[in-house]
Design a protein around this ligand. Structure first.
Ligand code: NAD
Ligand code: GLY
Length: 363
């Protein structure tokens, strides 16, 4: 069992990481007295897998809980789902003393966190992430929100959970593609913050891919520690928190250019290689380290080149529409060594073009 604190003053909260954590959530919540009763919000798939376990844990602790579900997938992450769930809460008589539990992946966490932020102008919520991506990234840090037709995550709020419970055992039912989505973000933490962690990921690749729960607990704890430090220093992404976007600038452009047929983790993997190439071309990162980064990403079975069917000009056009671009100018998080990065919006357009072209259709 590991516990990490997100140091946000009177809004500080614990992240508990433990094999089998799900069974103990009810008792822990009873002791914390966060809310009178709870609604467990989950997608239908995760609800079928783990809803019963969580409700059982709540019942054993004598806590009242309802299960509310929605269809799984990003298509549910919208205002209609939030509205439907809010109506259900209102019909059940939920008030400000009641709370929500997000049981599921990043989609569930983002919807539930946003619902908690706006229902009756704010009720408490806790995160119980069940995908690797949600366990190492989206459940920590308080970014909540939904998509609108004009773009992803365009409506939302910074709203911190009261606790995060991570049960590594949930990873055993996760499809391989979802494990890889999370691993791209895991590798990201090593590159931006901790070179020794990056080397651990290289050394223990086999055990990690075999889902050894001991090493996964260590990996998740390291990622959550890094994220907690970054969020505590810059909750609202004024500066430091932007380093978490490493690999996401060109990654998002590639993802959008593919019409979202590329998984997010695959796009981030390509984006990390592209950022490393940009850093080499701008003289801030060494060739051997860029090659090492590419080698480790490829060893995990993640892509390191842009699919040949994507037009470089189309990929580049999506950089301007990136929602984090300021005045049409994208910013880049570039490695200076494995374990440290710098943020810049001063990268020549020709360099970006060269890197996108070089990576497109490479073997
Ligand atoms: P997801 O929530 O859609 O989960 C992926 C799939 O895995 C779903 O079909 C789900 O039903 C299934 N699943 C979940 N847990 C499972 C388990 N233990 N066993 C079997 N199947 C399981 O997607 P995701 O990749 O977890 O999250 C992606 C979302 O997270 C995106 O909407 C993205 O914008 C958001 N996100 C938010 C933040 C943040 O800081 N808030 C950060 C990164 C990503
Ligand atoms: N996933 C990026 C962030 O939380 O800031």
């Amino acid at each position: 069992m590991r516990q990490i604190q997100v140091g946000l003053g009177d809004r500080a909260y614990p992240i508990v990481i433990r094999e089998g954590a799900l069974a103990g959530i009810g008792e822990d919540l009873r002791q914390k007295t966060i809310a009178k009763r709870y609604a467990v919000i989950t997608d239908e798939h995760v609800g079928g897998l783990y809803g019963g376990n969580l409700l059982g844990s709540m019942a054993r602790a004598g806590l009242a809980a309802e299960l509310l579900t929605f269809p799984r997938g990003e298509a549910s992450k919208n205002l209609t789902t939030v509205g439907n769930l809010a109506s259900q809460l209102a019909r059940l008589g939920f008030d400000r003393k009641d709370g929500l539990i997000a049981l599921g992946g990043g989609v569930t966490g983002d919807i539930t966190g946003f619902l908690a932020a706006v229902y009756m102008r704010g009720i408490p919520f806790v995160q119980v992430p069940t995908t690797l991506l949600a366990q190492v990234d989206s459940s920590v840090g308080g970014k909540t929100g939904v998509d609108i037709p004009e773009g992803k995550n365009l409506v939302g709020a910074f709203y911190q959970p009261r606790a995060v419970y991570i049960d590594t055992r949930a990873l055993l039912t996760l499809p391989v593609a979802e494990i890889l989505n999370g691993l791209a973000e895991v590798i990201k933490y090593g590159v931006i913050y901790d070179g020794a962690f990056f080397e651990l990921l290289a050394d223990r690749r086999h055990d990690i891919l075999q889902r050894d729960l001991g090493i996964l607990e260590e990996v998740i704890a390291r990622c959550c520690t890094i994220k907690a430090e970054v969020v505590a220093a810059d909750e609202k992404e004024a500066d430091l928190r932007r380093i978490l976007n490493f690999g996401h600038t060109i990654g998002h452009a590639v993802e959008a250019a593919s019409g979202y047929s590329l998984a997010h983790g695959q796009a981030v993997a390509i984006g990390m290689v592209a950022a490393a190439e940009l850093a080499v071309a701008s003289g801030s990162f060494s060739r051997p380290e860029a090659d090492r980064l590419r080698e480790v990403i490829a060893a995990y079975g993640l892509p390191v080149t842009i699919p040949g069917n994507l037009e470089p000009a189309v990929v580049k056009s999506y950089l301007k529409t990136d929602k984090k671009a300021v005045g049409g100018r994208p910013f880049f998080v570039l490695p200076t060594r494995i374990g440290a990065v710098t943020i810049t919006d001063d990268v020549a357009g020709e360099l970006i073009e060269q890197v996108i072209e070089k990576l497109t259709g490479e073997p």
